[in-house]
Design a protein around this ligand. Structure first.
Ligand code: S3P
Length: 746
């Protein structure tokens, strides 16, 4: 009997592993586990005497048996690594033997057929059979190529069924992990669909493209001139024909389903070429290119993270330094989001410059691409949006994933509530914790049908085809996202839609709607739209983001001897609370070269270091500096005396609970501070270095980088990958300006 718990103790051994089929995969599995010495012996079975001899000679197994029955008697684990179409025969043979309590597993690259075969020969799925599939291989084959590290950092998918014994599953899972594999569990059908799409279809296309060109003699010439593109695309047509023949027969249904989908898309592309439909072609190509870039980024990030052996991107910020030079921080996040949304709904082509190429704004681009809008770029901050008009969006093919971006989710919910189709909006772990009732509730009052997850959190499921009715909404909280969400819904709702905010919040939506020629009436705290108008494409120049500039405003203020200019920063009065607060604290900030671009005021900000003093932050400035508080807390820690913040409970529901997470980090560094329900009290003074956690919150990670300028020791900041959501080149710009921060290990 296998005792799984004994596996946890390195000395406790299992008795026997039997590997049936000594090819590359079976041989590598056997050799790897033999080296780990988890079993008293590893026994190989293979029809080919040569392979059996080599397996022993090369130390792949301890010994070989010719007879399957003899090898499997009293085995603890039996691994079937035979070709997929031979699986049924081997299973039938095994069904005739007494396997005792042995755990059975396999490595077939399609799983439905293996499970069907097992059910047929055993008269039901044996509880101790755990189907598996390592996604690994090599150009080499045979037992000679057996490599104990073949599975390291490769995915292995296990596909247990309902009746699979948990203990058997845990054991197989653990064996693969011992070999360094990244194990996932999946349903059989799902596995076969995923593999049909990601592996089997590309092989089919490569084989058929080469064959189709090669068999026409007039085309033979093509090979003579074949360039890199052809070679890259057809590399996998060099794979083992017999193995692939087996795989297509084994995974027939799933392959046919995805092939039909692909054929439809190919036909549509053919029609587009035929009818000279450049718009359609550009749509397919831009979407594909972005999807591929996104995919390579995910892979790159994974490789990086793998190298670190965990999920943590750590910033190491060294003490000291001062800032100088001229810096242009990336484009404004709020304006970038809105440029895509309104550009998509406009008639005509909108050109955007200075667009923020951060993950949040890219999530908005992807959402609109998913809904059929052709968007070119971003390339060096330039984006071209081919608007489809207010009624031209199409249903996305699946749930729209918005990553970390609360703005995307809340603004889109208003827009999508009014569309004729259903939508589902999802996000990452942080976004999935954020409150969505603040938009769902008023939208429902307008007639929208929206479901949230538990406690009003994402995902949002929005039912299309509802007739919305305009209304007036007195907002309970000062939120530009709620205001913008309702105004966007108001573009479609019958009659007028208006909001009154309890305190001024950023007004980019109102300004940009007007820029697109859509009338918006603003009177005091009330903004009003009426449906029935249209948006006309325009040119948008996105100013540099004052929220990103804020890190440098504080950094230059606190680091003695600093003198820096931040270029082309947006100074919309609904965003400049950070400048006002810092000035109240004694900062030396001057606005130079003030001008207006595309309806938004901008200026160059010159900052010189200054002695800061603690203040009571005026509550009316809170919504105007809502995103800058993490770094303002760092300013307070460096000020003389006490700073008190009140009326900022909204900070508790941002990308993290910014009051608590900042307080935790500051306390670690030795700053005297005390969080309160709606703010914080900070006593400025000297502080040291230490280990702090950003909890995936970009602004917290950057704030502690700034804190290092005045720390007496280095600060290690955990969980910094999300800096890429709003400030992709933060490390480069920060280091260039004089902040001594870098990714650990670089
Ligand atoms: C934003 C509004 C603010 C802000 C967020 C961006 C926007 O959120 O914190 O980063 O673009 O409308 P709230 O509306 O929740 O205050």
């Amino acid at each position: 009997m296998v005792d799984v718990t004994s596996l946890q103790q390195p000395s406790a051994k299992l008795r026997r592993l039997v590997v049936v089929g000594l090819g590359l995969i079976g041989g590598s599995f056997a050799k790897g586990l033999r080296e780990k010495a988890l079993f008293e012996e590893v026994v190989g079975v293979d029809r080919d005497p040569q392979s059996r001899r080599l397996a022993v000679e090369l130390g792949v197994v301890d010994r070989c048996e010719e007879s399957l029955e003899v090898a499997c008697r009293d085995a603890d684990v039996i691994q079937l690594a035979v070709p997929i179409l031979a699986m049924e025969k081997v299973l039938a043979e095994l069904a005739g033997y007494d396997l005792g309590n042995a755990v059975l597993t396999d490595v077939g690259s399609a799983k439905g057929n293996v499970v069907r075969a097992a059910k047929a020969v055993f008269g039901g799925m044996p509880a101790r059979f755990v189907p598996g599939h390592p996604i690994a291989g090599s150009e080499q084959s045979g037992v000679e190529a057996a490599n104990p590290t073949l599975f390291r950092r490769h995915k292995v998918i296990l596909t247990p069924v309902d009746s699979t014994d948990d203990e058997a599953l845990m054991l197989v899972d653990r064996l693969w992990r011992e070999l360094g594999a990244d194990v996932e569990h999946m349903e059989v059908e799902h596995h076969d669909e995923v593999l049909a799409a990601t592996s089997h279809l590309p092989h089919l296309l490569a084989f058929t493209l080469v064959d189709s060109l090669a068999k026409r003699s007039e085309n033979l010439e093509i090979f003579r001139y074949a360039a890199g593109g052809f070679r890259d695309f057809t590399r996998i047509a060099g794979s083992d024909p017999v193995m692939w023949h087996d795989i297509f027969l084994a995974n027939r249904e799933a392959v046919l389903r995805i092939l039909d989908v692909f054929r439809d898309d190919l036909d549509a592309l053919r029609d587009a070429v035929d009818s000279r439909d450049g718009h359609q072609l550009l749509g397919v190509f831009t979407r594909a290119r972005v999807a591929r870039e996104h995919f390579s980024k995910i892979l790159a990030r994974r490789a990086y993270v793998d190298a670190m052996h965990n999920n943590d991107l750590i910033y190491l910020a060294q003490p000291g330094g001062r800032l100088s030079g001229r810096v242009r921080v990336p484009g404004d996040k709020s304006i970038s989001h809105r440029s895509i949304m309104l550009g998509s709904l406009a008639e005509g082509t909108t050109e955007v410059e200075g667009f923020l190429e951060g993950e949040d704004a890219l999530a908005t681009i992807q959402a609109f691409r998913d809904m059929g809008v052709v968007i070119e770029g971003p390339h060096h901050g330039r984006v071209t949006v081919h608007g489809v008009g207010l009624h031209g969006l199409k249903p996305a093919p699946g749930p729209i994933y918005l990553g970390n971006s609360g703005t995307s989710m809340r603004l889109l919910s208003g827009l999508l509530a009014a569309q004729p189709f259903d939508s589902v909006l999802t996000g990452d772990a942080s976004l999935s914790k954020r409150p969505m009732n603040r938009v769902a509730k008023p939208l429902r009052e307008m007639g929208a049908v929206i479901e949230t997850g538990p406690e009003g959190r994402p995902p949002l499921t929005i039912k299309g085809g509802q007739k919305l009715t305009g209304m007036h909404y007195d907002m309970p909280m000062a939120s530009a996202q709620v205001k913008s969400c309702l105004l966007l819904a108001g573009l479609y709702a019958a009659g007028e839609t208006s909001t009154t905010e309890p305190a001024p919040t950023r007004d980019h939506t109102e300004r940009m709607l007007r820029g697109f020629g859509y009338p918006v009436e603003v009177q005091g705290a009330t903004a009003k739209v009426e449906s029935g108008h249209k948006l006309t494409a325009t040119h948008i120049e996105v100013p540099a983001d004052i929220s990103s500039a804020a890190f440098f405003l504080v950094a230059a203020s606190i680091a003695e001897g600093s003198d820096i200019v931040l270029e082309h920063v947006g100074i919309n009065p609904t965003r400049t609370g950070v400048i006002d607060i810092l000035k109240l604290m004694g900062a030396d900030i001057t606005l130079e070269n003030q001008r207006e671009v595309g309806g938004e005021p901008v200026a160059d900000l010159r900052v010189r270091s200054a002695k800061l003093k603690g203040i009571d932050i005026p509550e009316d400035l809170v919504p105007l500096a809502i995103d800058e508080f993490p770094v303002l807390f760092v300013a307070a820690a460096n000020a003389e005396g006490r700073t008190v913040l009140r009326g900022a409970e909204e900070l508790r529901v941002k990308e993290s609970d910014r009051i608590q997470v900042m307080a935790d980090g500051l306390l670690t560094l030795g700053v005297k501070c005390e969080p309160t329900p709606d703010g914080i009290i900070i006593d400025g003074g000297a502080y040291g270095g230490g280990e702090v956690w950003s909890h995936g919150d970009h602004r917290i990670a950057m704030s502690f980088s700034v804190a290092s300028l005045r720390a007496s020791g280095s600060i290690r900041i955990h969980d910094c990958a999300n800096v890429a959501t709003s400030f992709p080149d933060f490390l480069g710009l920060a280091a260039g300006a004089g902040i001594r921060v870098a990714a650990e290990g670089n």
